[in-house]
Design a protein around this ligand. Sequence first.
Ligand code: ATP
Ligand code: MG
Length: 574
Amino acid sequence: MDSISTRNALKSAWARARAEMDGLPGGRGLNIAHEAVDRHAQGAGGDRIAFRFLSRDGERREMSFRQLAVETSRFASALGDLGVEPGDRVFLLAGRIPELYVAALGALKARCVVCPLFSAFGPEPIRARMDPGSARVLVTTPALYRRKVRALREQLPALEHILLAGTEEEAAEAGAGADGVRSLTTLLAQADDRFRIQDTDPEDPALLHFTSGTTGAPKGALHVHEAVVAHHVTGRIALDLRPDDVFWCTADPGWVTGTSYGIVSPLTNGVTSVVDEREFDAERWYRTLEAEKVTVWYTAPTAVRMLMKSGRELPRRFDLSRLRFIASVGEPLNPEAVVWAQEVLGLPIHDNWWQTETGGIMIANVAGREIRPGSMGHPLPGVDAAVGRRENGGVTLIEAVDVEGELLLRKGWPSMFRSYVHQKERYLGCFAGDWYLTGDLVRRDADGYYWFVGRADDVIKSAGHLIGPFEVESALMEHPAVAEAAVIGKPDPMVGEIVKAFISLHPGHEASEDLRLEILGHARKRLGSVAAPKEIAFLDDLPRTKSGKTLRRLLKARELGTPEGDLSTLEEPT
Ligand code: ATP
Ligand code: MG
């Protein structure tokens, strides 16, 4: 297709998706919270369960769409009572508790910009996001406020209102009543539970998300209300969401997945979401899948690898027969994991690809289409993907198949980020003509499947060859002793870089010289001598971000003795 007809085809795909939206009554625009909550609350589905919250102490609390509409309206009214205005930034710092979800959607009703932070952040990462994000309101818990935020107040001059969830007594003990600190419970009790969402331009800012910090300091990507069009259809197409589903997205709302698909998409699709407050635990996760009768499960490769590490016996003790669709995002999903799931869970895992910047799933293995283990699948309708090379300030498309290049997306999809906060040049630098440059290297096969090669920063150049870390790591993981692998390029005077692998082992295997040689031999057989690692180091665990991504840049910095860079998202070893 020529580029004009491509553009028209994309436009009409998104126009069709847009037509599935309700829109604010009276043609007053498009608001995420209306599509996610009020639209269902007002209709026949009002009594359907929107969220099923599983609390840290084992309690289970259900909230229907109608109840959610009331609670979120109360929150929106409360913001108005405080004098908070549309466009103001509302930050959320809490575990996966009901108040977080109510506040996020309530703030969207009030046309504020919502920025969820991961509750495990320490004070500095919190400051480093709230300050450039110009936070005016913070919703948090008394404990998190005391431990992490109170001492930062002077450094956050824009922060006026701090709303503490939990009981009024706890809030009072943490300082509610002075310095803009209030009990959220008291505030909500006084607020009107009716709220009329004011006219919302689809281009009004709605969500601010910081990237994972895998390749450097996190960037704040701003999204608009129109993004809901993509959240909605991609949930239906890539996650196969249907109205009767019980959906479990394991991501925390502190990351874009936990908002786009942990809050918005299941709601717009009228689906019940399970929200588990606790952290990963293999046995409890299997039990949750069984007990909650989860039908669609969206998780991440790290979690899958940890489940694999916990063995094949464990899942046999649970009835997972309700589960019908599994998807994964965040990192490349090794073919080994897809095969494991098919054998052990009886279902394959559908890998899909997207970024904080894209706001929604762009490339996916969709239901009913053949999965090629190790591939991220095909671009979704409305997404025009290409493989290209940056050249002279522009890009050259690579038409040939099976050739590696940067993944490009034609601009214009609804959930595309509209800026990086305070980094205009950097934002503009992400585009060349019509194309958004993702920074990831891929190849496309003859049948249009996309294969992840590595992040442009992580690709290894050895003896004139380009080596993608993903392929090497996947080959290493085929070895029965290897649980996880990460490879880096280590400078070498002869060949430029050699491949060095960091490996963690499955329980029951001990690191030894024999095992090292055996794994090296396996890799050489699978990959040939160029791409096979020359060095292997065994680690108990690989360093990763709090969102579960392997931090290759940290392994590399440690190997080279260079500065470790921004570690605000590093997961502390447990
Ligand atoms: P930063 O941009 O701060 O370095 P990040 O890129 O990890 O961090 P995210 O936006 O959370 O931040 O992650 C998006 C990236 O994650 C993608 O660009 C890609 O590198 C990787 N990724 C996501 N899904 C997949 C997938 N299915 N296969 C391979 N890589 C994936
Ligand atoms: Mg990124």
